[in-house]
Design a protein around this ligand. Structure first.
Ligand code: SF4
Ligand code: SF4
Length: 122
């Protein structure tokens, strides 16, 4: 298996909008009770350890958006701006807002199952 593979198809991923970028939702449902809102900040810093080199600012603060005291209307207001509060804070309505060259390596190396399947049958 290639370890340094990059899968680049910005058109495909922009059209998709970044389904694979909903990185906080599984934790909300399965791993981490919502009360542990600090976890979202820690995970964000772990996932985005190189954020100083992204060249863009995050669209929202995932720890604040997932804090137990955050009222649902605040999350709804994010959605109205095309931002999913359960998704990565760099995902806009057309997917990742970070230029390809500056994206985290784990994101550039990711290819979803549907994409893999498409490539396999072409
Ligand atoms: S890798 Fe797949 S799920 Fe992720 S943004 Fe691209 S098309 Fe969408
Ligand atoms: S950095 Fe970009 S590609 Fe990676 S999870 Fe966040 S929005 Fe998706």
């Amino acid at each position: 298996m290639e370890t340094n593979a990059e899968y680049r198809d910005e058109g495909r991923c922009a059209a998709c909008g970044g389904r694979c970028c909903i990185i906080y939702f599984p934790a909300r449902c399965v791993v981490t009770p919502m009360e542990k809102s600090w976890w979202y900040g820690e995970y964000s810093d772990f996932f985005h350890w190189d954020r100083a080199n992204y060249g863009v600012e995050p669209l929202f603060d995932p720890a604040a958006a997932n804090a137990p005291e955050t009222p649902e209307p605040v999350r709804e207001a994010l959605r109205k701006r095309g931002i999913d509060p359960d998704a990565c804070e760099y995902k806009g309505s057309s997917g990742c807002i970070i230029a390809w060259e500056n994206r985290p390596n784990q994101c550039k190396a990711h290819r979803c199952y549907e994409w893999e399947l498409t490539d396999a049958i072409v």
